[in-house]
Design a protein around this ligand. Structure first.
Ligand code: SF4
Length: 338
Protein backbone atom coordinates (compact mmCIF):
# COMPACT_ATOMS: atom_id res chain seq x y z
CA UNK A 1 0.00 0.00 0.00
CA UNK A 2 1.29 3.43 -0.90
CA UNK A 3 0.69 7.02 0.14
CA UNK A 4 -1.22 9.27 -2.18
CA UNK A 5 -1.41 13.05 -2.38
CA UNK A 6 -4.14 14.53 -4.56
CA UNK A 7 -3.60 18.10 -5.75
CA UNK A 8 -6.78 19.25 -7.40
CA UNK A 9 -7.40 22.38 -9.50
CA UNK A 10 -10.82 23.06 -7.93
CA UNK A 11 -10.78 26.85 -8.33
CA UNK A 12 -8.06 27.98 -10.77
CA UNK A 13 -5.81 31.03 -10.49
CA UNK A 14 -6.20 34.80 -11.02
CA UNK A 15 -2.75 35.06 -12.63
CA UNK A 16 -1.26 33.97 -15.94
CA UNK A 17 2.45 33.93 -15.13
CA UNK A 18 4.85 33.54 -18.02
CA UNK A 19 6.97 31.17 -15.94
CA UNK A 20 4.09 28.93 -14.75
CA UNK A 21 5.51 25.38 -14.69
CA UNK A 22 2.06 23.79 -14.78
CA UNK A 23 1.07 25.55 -18.00
CA UNK A 24 -1.92 27.83 -18.48
CA UNK A 25 -5.32 26.25 -18.13
CA UNK A 26 -8.77 27.83 -18.15
CA UNK A 27 -10.30 28.57 -14.76
CA UNK A 28 -13.33 26.50 -13.98
CA UNK A 29 -14.84 25.98 -10.55
CA UNK A 30 -15.21 22.27 -9.97
CA UNK A 31 -18.26 20.79 -8.27
CA UNK A 32 -18.17 20.79 -4.47
CA UNK A 33 -18.51 17.01 -4.30
CA UNK A 34 -15.28 16.54 -6.33
CA UNK A 35 -13.30 16.05 -3.10
CA UNK A 36 -15.46 13.21 -1.84
CA UNK A 37 -15.66 11.61 -5.27
CA UNK A 38 -11.87 11.57 -5.73
CA UNK A 39 -11.11 10.32 -2.23
CA UNK A 40 -13.65 7.48 -2.59
CA UNK A 41 -12.27 6.70 -6.03
CA UNK A 42 -8.71 6.18 -4.76
CA UNK A 43 -9.35 5.04 -1.17
CA UNK A 44 -9.36 1.27 -1.74
CA UNK A 45 -5.80 1.32 -3.08
CA UNK A 46 -3.84 3.59 -0.74
CA UNK A 47 -3.04 3.57 2.98
CA UNK A 48 -3.38 7.36 3.18
CA UNK A 49 -4.70 10.17 1.02
CA UNK A 50 -3.79 13.82 1.53
CA UNK A 51 -6.18 16.13 -0.24
CA UNK A 52 -5.38 19.64 -1.53
CA UNK A 53 -8.19 21.57 -3.21
CA UNK A 54 -5.75 23.93 -4.90
CA UNK A 55 -3.18 23.15 -7.53
CA UNK A 56 -2.55 26.71 -8.70
CA UNK A 57 -3.37 29.71 -6.45
CA UNK A 58 -3.80 28.69 -2.79
CA UNK A 59 -7.00 29.88 -1.09
CA UNK A 60 -8.44 31.26 -4.31
CA UNK A 61 -12.00 30.65 -3.25
CA UNK A 62 -14.16 32.91 -1.11
CA UNK A 63 -14.81 30.27 1.53
CA UNK A 64 -11.09 29.49 2.07
CA UNK A 65 -11.57 28.84 5.81
CA UNK A 66 -14.24 26.27 5.23
CA UNK A 67 -12.20 24.87 2.36
CA UNK A 68 -9.14 24.30 4.58
CA UNK A 69 -11.31 22.52 7.15
CA UNK A 70 -12.81 20.42 4.39
CA UNK A 71 -9.37 19.47 2.95
CA UNK A 72 -8.43 18.25 6.43
CA UNK A 73 -11.68 16.36 6.93
CA UNK A 74 -11.69 14.61 3.60
CA UNK A 75 -8.03 13.47 3.82
CA UNK A 76 -7.55 9.90 5.01
CA UNK A 77 -4.91 8.96 7.64
CA UNK A 78 -2.98 12.15 6.89
CA UNK A 79 -3.48 15.91 6.82
CA UNK A 80 -2.61 18.60 4.29
CA UNK A 81 0.15 21.06 5.21
CA UNK A 82 0.45 24.81 4.87
CA UNK A 83 3.51 25.94 2.94
CA UNK A 84 5.26 29.31 2.50
CA UNK A 85 2.57 30.10 -0.02
CA UNK A 86 -0.46 32.36 0.01
CA UNK A 87 -2.68 34.25 -2.38
CA UNK A 88 -1.40 37.82 -2.77
CA UNK A 89 -4.57 38.48 -4.77
CA UNK A 90 -6.61 37.70 -1.65
CA UNK A 91 -4.19 39.29 0.82
CA UNK A 92 -4.94 42.76 -0.50
CA UNK A 93 -8.67 42.24 -1.00
CA UNK A 94 -9.68 40.53 2.21
CA UNK A 95 -8.38 41.73 5.57
CA UNK A 96 -9.49 38.52 7.29
CA UNK A 97 -7.17 36.45 5.15
CA UNK A 98 -3.91 37.34 6.88
CA UNK A 99 -5.51 36.33 10.18
CA UNK A 100 -6.40 32.99 8.64
CA UNK A 101 -2.77 32.52 7.55
CA UNK A 102 -1.58 33.19 11.10
CA UNK A 103 -4.16 30.83 12.60
CA UNK A 104 -3.00 28.05 10.30
CA UNK A 105 0.62 28.56 11.36
CA UNK A 106 2.03 30.26 8.26
CA UNK A 107 5.31 31.93 9.25
CA UNK A 108 6.69 32.87 5.82
CA UNK A 109 5.11 33.76 2.50
CA UNK A 110 6.89 33.63 -0.82
CA UNK A 111 6.09 36.29 -3.41
CA UNK A 112 7.31 36.26 -7.00
CA UNK A 113 8.62 39.20 -9.00
CA UNK A 114 10.01 39.58 -12.50
CA UNK A 115 11.43 43.09 -12.28
CA UNK A 116 9.83 46.46 -11.64
CA UNK A 117 6.21 47.47 -12.19
CA UNK A 118 5.63 47.03 -15.92
CA UNK A 119 7.77 43.92 -16.22
CA UNK A 120 6.17 42.20 -13.23
CA UNK A 121 2.66 43.11 -14.42
CA UNK A 122 3.49 41.74 -17.86
CA UNK A 123 4.94 38.50 -16.53
CA UNK A 124 2.14 37.88 -14.03
CA UNK A 125 -0.47 38.80 -16.60
CA UNK A 126 -2.37 41.25 -14.42
CA UNK A 127 -2.39 45.07 -14.44
CA UNK A 128 -1.65 45.91 -10.85
CA UNK A 129 0.25 42.79 -9.81
CA UNK A 130 3.51 44.57 -8.84
CA UNK A 131 1.77 47.05 -6.53
CA UNK A 132 -0.30 44.25 -5.04
CA UNK A 133 2.89 42.35 -4.20
CA UNK A 134 4.35 45.40 -2.44
CA UNK A 135 1.10 45.89 -0.55
CA UNK A 136 0.93 42.18 0.32
CA UNK A 137 4.50 42.41 1.64
CA UNK A 138 3.46 45.26 3.96
CA UNK A 139 0.37 43.42 5.15
CA UNK A 140 2.19 40.25 6.10
CA UNK A 141 5.06 42.06 7.86
CA UNK A 142 2.53 44.09 9.87
CA UNK A 143 1.06 40.79 10.97
CA UNK A 144 4.34 39.15 11.94
CA UNK A 145 4.77 36.99 8.82
CA UNK A 146 8.10 37.11 6.96
CA UNK A 147 8.06 37.70 3.22
CA UNK A 148 10.42 35.83 0.90
CA UNK A 149 10.87 37.36 -2.54
CA UNK A 150 11.87 35.19 -5.44
CA UNK A 151 12.69 36.59 -8.86
CA UNK A 152 12.75 34.68 -12.13
CA UNK A 153 15.54 35.94 -14.34
CA UNK A 154 15.97 35.79 -18.10
CA UNK A 155 17.74 37.80 -20.79
CA UNK A 156 14.84 40.24 -21.05
CA UNK A 157 14.49 41.19 -17.38
CA UNK A 158 18.04 40.67 -15.95
CA UNK A 159 18.74 44.38 -15.34
CA UNK A 160 15.33 44.95 -13.79
CA UNK A 161 16.03 42.16 -11.33
CA UNK A 162 19.13 44.10 -10.27
CA UNK A 163 16.89 47.12 -9.63
CA UNK A 164 14.86 45.02 -7.21
CA UNK A 165 17.86 45.21 -4.86
CA UNK A 166 17.17 48.98 -4.62
CA UNK A 167 13.49 48.35 -4.00
CA UNK A 168 14.41 45.96 -1.18
CA UNK A 169 16.58 48.71 0.34
CA UNK A 170 13.95 51.42 -0.13
CA UNK A 171 11.32 49.22 1.49
CA UNK A 172 13.78 48.39 4.32
CA UNK A 173 12.76 44.75 4.07
CA UNK A 174 15.76 43.34 5.94
CA UNK A 175 15.35 45.81 8.80
CA UNK A 176 11.58 45.45 9.04
CA UNK A 177 11.77 41.66 9.10
CA UNK A 178 14.50 41.76 11.72
CA UNK A 179 12.30 43.98 13.88
CA UNK A 180 9.68 41.20 13.97
CA UNK A 181 12.27 38.51 14.70
CA UNK A 182 12.73 37.09 11.22
CA UNK A 183 15.08 37.29 8.28
CA UNK A 184 14.01 38.57 4.88
CA UNK A 185 15.18 36.40 2.00
CA UNK A 186 15.62 37.34 -1.66
CA UNK A 187 16.67 34.79 -4.23
CA UNK A 188 16.96 34.61 -7.98
CA UNK A 189 16.77 31.69 -10.39
CA UNK A 190 15.74 30.79 -13.93
CA UNK A 191 13.06 28.28 -12.95
CA UNK A 192 12.51 24.87 -14.46
CA UNK A 193 11.96 24.63 -18.20
CA UNK A 194 8.49 23.18 -18.46
CA UNK A 195 5.03 24.70 -18.84
CA UNK A 196 5.00 28.36 -19.83
CA UNK A 197 8.66 28.78 -18.85
CA UNK A 198 9.70 26.38 -21.64
CA UNK A 199 8.31 28.93 -24.10
CA UNK A 200 10.90 31.37 -22.74
CA UNK A 201 13.76 29.08 -23.77
CA UNK A 202 14.94 31.58 -26.44
CA UNK A 203 15.51 34.21 -23.73
CA UNK A 204 16.72 31.85 -20.99
CA UNK A 205 19.55 33.52 -19.12
CA UNK A 206 23.09 32.71 -20.24
CA UNK A 207 25.49 32.08 -17.37
CA UNK A 208 27.94 34.80 -18.37
CA UNK A 209 25.06 37.32 -18.51
CA UNK A 210 23.90 36.89 -14.93
CA UNK A 211 24.63 40.34 -13.48
CA UNK A 212 27.44 40.19 -10.94
CA UNK A 213 25.36 41.93 -8.26
CA UNK A 214 22.89 39.03 -8.40
CA UNK A 215 25.38 36.19 -7.99
CA UNK A 216 25.18 36.21 -4.15
CA UNK A 217 21.40 35.84 -4.47
CA UNK A 218 21.39 33.26 -7.26
CA UNK A 219 20.02 29.97 -5.95
CA UNK A 220 22.62 27.19 -6.21
CA UNK A 221 24.86 29.37 -8.38
CA UNK A 222 27.85 27.05 -7.96
CA UNK A 223 25.87 24.02 -9.10
CA UNK A 224 24.09 25.44 -12.14
CA UNK A 225 25.21 24.14 -15.51
CA UNK A 226 25.32 25.64 -18.95
CA UNK A 227 23.27 23.86 -21.59
CA UNK A 228 26.41 22.69 -23.39
CA UNK A 229 27.60 21.02 -20.17
CA UNK A 230 24.23 19.28 -19.78
CA UNK A 231 24.48 18.05 -23.37
CA UNK A 232 27.97 16.71 -22.77
CA UNK A 233 26.94 14.83 -19.61
CA UNK A 234 23.77 13.37 -21.14
CA UNK A 235 25.52 12.36 -24.37
CA UNK A 236 27.10 9.61 -22.28
CA UNK A 237 23.73 8.41 -20.98
CA UNK A 238 22.69 5.53 -23.23
CA UNK A 239 20.34 3.85 -20.75
CA UNK A 240 16.64 4.02 -21.56
CA UNK A 241 14.71 6.79 -19.80
CA UNK A 242 12.90 5.41 -16.78
CA UNK A 243 10.94 7.34 -14.18
CA UNK A 244 11.09 5.12 -11.10
CA UNK A 245 7.72 4.64 -9.35
CA UNK A 246 7.65 6.09 -5.86
CA UNK A 247 5.91 4.92 -2.67
CA UNK A 248 4.68 8.49 -2.15
CA UNK A 249 2.64 9.24 -5.22
CA UNK A 250 1.59 12.81 -5.94
CA UNK A 251 -1.07 13.32 -8.59
CA UNK A 252 -2.17 16.57 -10.15
CA UNK A 253 -5.84 16.60 -11.13
CA UNK A 254 -7.08 19.04 -13.78
CA UNK A 255 -10.48 20.71 -13.59
CA UNK A 256 -11.66 18.18 -16.18
CA UNK A 257 -10.53 15.30 -13.94
CA UNK A 258 -7.56 14.34 -16.06
CA UNK A 259 -4.89 12.76 -13.87
CA UNK A 260 -1.17 13.54 -14.14
CA UNK A 261 1.97 12.78 -12.14
CA UNK A 262 3.44 15.97 -10.69
CA UNK A 263 6.77 15.65 -12.54
CA UNK A 264 6.11 18.34 -15.09
CA UNK A 265 3.47 20.37 -16.93
CA UNK A 266 -0.04 19.13 -17.60
CA UNK A 267 -0.18 18.52 -21.33
CA UNK A 268 -1.78 15.75 -23.38
CA UNK A 269 1.18 13.35 -23.59
CA UNK A 270 1.34 13.23 -19.78
CA UNK A 271 -2.31 12.35 -19.14
CA UNK A 272 -2.55 9.06 -17.22
CA UNK A 273 -6.31 8.83 -17.50
CA UNK A 274 -9.57 10.47 -16.49
CA UNK A 275 -11.20 9.81 -13.13
CA UNK A 276 -14.69 10.54 -14.41
CA UNK A 277 -14.49 8.33 -17.45
CA UNK A 278 -12.38 5.41 -16.31
CA UNK A 279 -12.49 2.54 -13.88
CA UNK A 280 -10.43 3.23 -10.72
CA UNK A 281 -8.74 -0.19 -10.60
CA UNK A 282 -7.33 0.16 -14.10
CA UNK A 283 -6.30 3.80 -13.57
CA UNK A 284 -4.48 2.98 -10.32
CA UNK A 285 -2.71 0.05 -11.98
CA UNK A 286 -1.40 2.42 -14.64
CA UNK A 287 -0.30 4.96 -12.03
CA UNK A 288 1.53 2.43 -9.85
CA UNK A 289 3.12 0.49 -12.72
CA UNK A 290 3.99 3.60 -14.73
CA UNK A 291 2.01 2.19 -17.66
CA UNK A 292 1.28 5.53 -19.33
CA UNK A 293 1.77 6.93 -22.80
CA UNK A 294 4.64 9.24 -21.79
CA UNK A 295 6.51 6.74 -19.62
CA UNK A 296 6.11 3.84 -22.08
CA UNK A 297 7.31 6.02 -24.94
CA UNK A 298 10.35 7.24 -23.02
CA UNK A 299 11.42 3.69 -22.12
CA UNK A 300 12.35 3.19 -25.78
CA UNK A 301 14.69 6.18 -25.84
CA UNK A 302 17.82 7.45 -24.10
CA UNK A 303 18.98 10.92 -23.08
CA UNK A 304 21.91 10.61 -25.49
CA UNK A 305 19.41 10.27 -28.35
CA UNK A 306 17.36 13.23 -27.17
CA UNK A 307 20.27 15.61 -26.66
CA UNK A 308 21.61 14.72 -30.09
CA UNK A 309 18.29 15.93 -31.47
CA UNK A 310 17.45 18.87 -29.19
CA UNK A 311 20.66 19.88 -27.42
CA UNK A 312 22.65 22.96 -28.37
CA UNK A 313 26.36 22.25 -27.88
CA UNK A 314 27.19 25.95 -28.03
CA UNK A 315 24.57 27.22 -25.57
CA UNK A 316 25.47 28.75 -22.21
CA UNK A 317 21.83 28.98 -21.07
CA UNK A 318 21.59 27.83 -17.45
CA UNK A 319 19.88 24.69 -16.17
CA UNK A 320 20.05 22.15 -13.41
CA UNK A 321 20.66 18.73 -14.93
CA UNK A 322 17.20 17.48 -13.89
CA UNK A 323 15.49 20.52 -15.41
CA UNK A 324 17.42 20.02 -18.63
CA UNK A 325 16.42 16.35 -18.77
CA UNK A 326 12.78 17.38 -18.51
CA UNK A 327 13.27 20.04 -21.16
CA UNK A 328 14.52 17.54 -23.76
CA UNK A 329 11.95 14.93 -22.72
CA UNK A 330 9.16 17.46 -23.29
CA UNK A 331 10.59 18.67 -26.61
CA UNK A 332 10.52 15.05 -27.75
CA UNK A 333 7.03 14.23 -26.42
CA UNK A 334 5.61 17.42 -27.94
CA UNK A 335 7.16 16.59 -31.31
CA UNK A 336 5.81 13.08 -31.53
CA UNK A 337 2.36 14.01 -30.18
CA UNK A 338 1.55 16.77 -32.62
S1 SF4 B 1 2.76 30.28 -11.40
FE1 SF4 B 1 1.23 30.02 -9.80
S2 SF4 B 1 0.26 32.03 -9.62
FE2 SF4 B 1 1.34 31.99 -11.60
S3 SF4 B 1 -0.19 31.30 -13.12
FE3 SF4 B 1 0.92 29.46 -12.39
S4 SF4 B 1 -0.33 28.71 -10.71
FE4 SF4 B 1 -0.99 30.82 -11.07
Amino acid sequence: MKKLTLVVDMYGCPNRCKHCWLGHMPNRRMDDYTDEFLVEYFKPYFESITYYSWLREPDYCDDYRQRWIRDNEVSVNDKPMRFALASFYRLIRDEEYVRFLKETGVKKVQLTLFGLEDMTNLYIGRKNAYNEILQATDIIISNGIIPRWQAFINEENKYEIVKLLDVIDEQKLYERCESIGGRFKFFVHAGSCDGENAKLYPIRIQKENIPEQLIPYYMGYNEILEEKECVEILSESNDKIVFEPSDDIVLNVSNEMDIYYNYTHMTKPWIIGNALKEDSKELVRRIVEGDTYALNTLRDHSYSELVKKYGDVTSTKVFSLDDYKMYVVNRFLDDISR
